[in-house]
Design a protein around this ligand. Structure first.
Ligand code: EPS
Length: 345
């Protein structure tokens, strides 16, 4: 139903997102898109680039006035730092980054040519497109939020800040775990009928595609491994007022690849940023002699920002599944289909 392509280098002229498949008739408040872009730039542990950029979205197609036409939406986010032609060569790959594998794969002689697109700067485009999906989902009272679960093993806000400050002083970096929670999801999105229709598989793909993510869980996730079925499946109840309901949500809102009406709960683990100011061992690609890995301006910790990106990626997945179920051309047709469906169930 929905398709999303992004383009842009970290220090190129800007980033572009093309989102195709949004229905006609949706009012877009650009301030809401810009608010999401601001949230992505925030968080304790961000680097100096975030003080340079003031990401804002320019909608260059797909709207008349503020309302969608059903045609592709193209969004432009200009870079203030567009120094790509002047930046120095990068010659020793950073362990953990795409540097070495990308260099060998594409046959480059400068790692710069890999990292410009591999950079997580591209996630600004994801967030802008996701913000449009959120505006659509909001029409149906679906809300998405993320929170940081832990950073470097710390769980409290003060502990996390202390740990990040310590990492900064030690020229080190930190990863962590964040959670995405989606409220107001109707039962019946996604399907068990085919692998690529399964909603949990689609979320896992979308979250795993965010730079730095190494693991994704749905609901209890790895916690299922330690429990018998009698203690982890969510018993089913019915009341006239609520309809079918559960008292627990270990399934994280998805059973058999289909949303079951409970909150969707996703968790992901992000590895520490791979640009270390006290660099690890590496190899100079010109002479293959030992060298320290390249250093350049970067962040210390971006777990909070990754949560914002994951909200956007999840909004895209959910909007896609929603349009699949309720139609995709006109917002008012979708509203009618949604209302009739709720009446039936
Ligand atoms: C980022 C912009 C980048 C980095 C970071 C994310 O800007 P610069 O490289 O100019 O400092 O701050 O990207 C990475 C560290 C990475 O390895 O991908 C952004 O806009 O989020």
């Amino acid at each position: 139903m929905l398709r999303l392509l992004t383009a842009g280098e970290s220090h190129g002229k800007g980033l572009v997102a093309i989102l195709e498949g949004m229905p006609a008739g949706l009012k877009i408040d650009i301030a809401q898109v810009n608010r999401q872009l601001k949230r992505r730039q925030a968080g304790f542990g961000r680097g100096k680039r975030m003080r340079i950029e003031n990401d804002s979205a320019d909608m260059i197609s797909g709207l008349k006035g503020k309302v969608t036409l059903g045609s592709p939406l193209a969004i432009l986010i200009k870079n203030k730092d567009f120094s790509i032609e002047k930046l120095k060569k990068v010659l020793s790959p950073r362990p953990g980054h795409a540097d070495l594998a990308g260099l060998l794969k594409y046959g480059f002689s400068d790692i710069r040519e890999v990292l410009e697109r591999a950079s997580a700067r591209s996630t600004a485009a994801t967030v802008a497109a996701g913000a449009i999906c959120r505006i659509f989902l909001r029409e149906f009272r679906v809300g998405i939020l993320s929170s940081v679960v832990s950073v470097g093993g710390e769980k409290t806000e003060s502990g996390i800040k202390r740990k990040i400050s310590e990492a900064m002083r030690n020229k080190d970096t930190l990863g962590g775990i964040f959670e995405v929670r989606i409220k107001g999801v109707p039962v019946g999105l996604g399907s068990y009928a085919q692998a690529d229709r399964r909603l949990d598989a689609r979320f896992a793909q979308a979250l795993m595609a965010i730079p730095g993510i190494k693991a994704v869980e749905v609901g209890l996730g790895f916690g299922y491994a330690d429990k018998p079925g009698s203690q982890c499946h969510d018993a089913i109840y019915y009341s006239g007022a609520k309809g079918y309901f559960r008292n627990t949500n270990n399934a994280g809102g998805i059973e058999g690849g289909i949303s079951n009406g409970e909150d969707i709960v996703l968790r992901a683990c992000m590895k520490p940023i791979s640009t270390l100011m006290a660099p690890l061992d590496s190899v100079n690609i010109l002479n293959t002699k030992p060298a320290k890995a390249a250093t350049e301006r970067s962040d210390t910790c971006v777990v909070e920002a990754a949560g914002v990106v994951a909200e956007a990626a999840s909004a895209y997945v959910l909007a896609d599944a929603f349009l699949e179920k309720f139609g995709s051309d006109s917002l008012s047709d979708i509203r009618t289909n949604f209302k009739n469906y709720l009446k039936r169930i």
